[in-house]
Design a protein around this ligand. Structure first.
Ligand code: JHZ
Length: 418
């Protein structure tokens, strides 16, 4: 069900250096139904490596895409209002800056439930979604957004071109890291993009991952962890170039890439490349202390949960996020540490967290049960979630924020948990 790679996913070089092992963990988005709770749950090794030839950080294990993104894939983008708003603003800016109208075509790869394309569709711009997962794809179609239920590939791009479909804008949010055939994906972008078109792609930024100890964002869906240095090489080698890169705060720190046909990165991108070189992102030493930092965080999380448990305190989780699976399982959090987890995504309710088998309910359960502490598994939405939960806080509840270091937040105080 998985393959182990010993050559780089981007440049095919054999100089991969191991930087972190997270042990054997279950698949992140495979929430368990009650019926399978007593069945053995598959776990897979999770090892991070750095390519000293092209600087790409990547995991060594490739789980088959059909297994990861099957009909049970539970991620619906529209359950996170701040994310929806972030994407709406991006769409508005693209519509204005590129003067998009009825004659243009916007294609989104991994279009999910139509959270992004609806902004173009509502303005009369032609859209095409591409997403293999049936549930979110059906939700997008219900909004009137045509959606191809397929994985994007070089062949699919050729087929669309043959069909006369040529994109003015190609969007891809949080999909590049999920792609096993990077070469085929980039070749597909090049085929589908009009000569004056732009691909706008967002991906988590490896610099934020390392600097803020976001090890939980490492899971089998995420095959690659990108720097601008690695991306520049990936695109240039395949006839595309980066014309702009913006840093974003989403998902713990991301980058938005503007990619066009061409052979040289823009000056702005060259400045970022210089900045990364000065930081040493292109050398193994940048990643060498990461494993130690991860283990300090993991130990302090488990120590805090042990202390709370011994003191008779109750702890629940907020956000059955994919990264919660890594945080809990790779850290050694035990099922007795967490009473339950809440999440707004109704497709996760009635299911159980991979590994720990903690039950998942709607957020109203927090006020009903008033656990003493809530471990914020979706820490990237800290502000938004804490604002929503002001009633829980005012009744004395406290949040544990695990990343970048374990701390307790009670609405008034934000303190280290050490
Ligand atoms: P969230 C996702 O990972 C999916 P996840 C994917 N693997 C990816 O690449 C990364 O993003 C980048 C819930 N929630 O978005 C919704 C509330 O309940 O951080 C989600 O289930 N109430 C494609 O799953 C979870 O939390 C709220 O108010 O780690 C957040 O998951 C909010 C804001 C969210 O990503």
């Amino acid at each position: 069900m998985f393959q182990f790679i010993d050559r780089c996913r981007s440049c095919d070089d054999a100089t991969l250096h191991d930087v972190l092992s997270l042990g054997d963990v279950p698949l992140a988005d495979k929430f368990l139904s009650k019926a399978v709770l007593s069945h053995p749950e598959p776990k897979f090794p999770l090892n991070v490596a750095f390519c000293s030839n092209c600087s790409l950080v990547q995991i060594r294990e490739t789980v088959e895409p059909d297994v990861l993104f099957g009909s049970d894939y539970p991620y619906f983008s529209s359950f996170s209002p701040a994310w929806v708003e972030h994407c709406r603003r991006n769409a508005e800016e693209l519509i204005e800056s590129r003067d998009l109208g009825a004659d243009h075509l916007v294609v989104e790869i991994a279009s999910n439930d139509g959270y992004m394309l609806r902004n173009f569709h509502d303005r009369g711009i032609a859209t095409l979604g591409i997403d293999p997962v049936p549930g979110p794809a059906a939700a997008a179609e219900a909004l009137g957004i045509p959606t191809l239920r397929k994985f994007f590939s070089a062949q699919l791009a050729e087929d669309l071109r043959t069909d006369g479909r040529f994109a003015d804008v190609i969007l891809g949010n949080n999909v590049l890291a999920h792609v096993a055939d990077l070469s085929g994906f980039v070749a597909g972008l090049r085929t589908l993009l009009k000569p004056d078109g732009v691909a706008v792609i967002e991906a988590p930024y490896v610099r934020d991952l390392i600097d803020h100890c976001e090890f939980d964002t490492i899971y089998h869906e995420h095959l690659c962890y990108f720097s601008v240095t690695a991306l520049n090489r990936l695109f240039l080698d395949r006839g595309l170039c980066l014309t702009e890169v913006r840093r974003l705060s989403t998902h713990g720190g991301s980058i938005r890439l503007y990619i066009e046909h061409g052979t040289a990165p823009s000056e702005q991108v060259c400045r970022l490349l210089d900045e990364e070189a000065a930081l040493g992102i292109d050398s193994l030493s940048y990643y060498e202390s990461f494993a130690q930092q991860v283990s300090v965080l993991q130990e302090s999380l488990v120590a805090l949960l042990d202390r709370l448990q011994s003191a008779g305190k109750t702890v629940a989780g907020y956000g059955a996020a994919a990264k919660g699976t890594t945080l809990l399982n790779a850290s050694g959090v035990r099922s007795e540490h967490l009473e339950f987890i809440v999440d707004r995504n109704i497709h996760k309710h009635g299911h159980y967290m991979p590994g720990l088998k903690t039950p998942i309910f709607g957020p109203e359960r927090l006020l009903a049960e008033m656990p003493d502490y809530v471990l914020l598994l979706a820490w990237n939405f800290q502000e938004e979630i804490i604002r929503q939960q002001s009633e829980y806080l005012s009744q004395g509840g406290q949040f544990i924020v695990p990343v970048p270091e374990v701390r307790i937040v009670n609405g008034f105080r934000d303190q280290s948990a050490a």
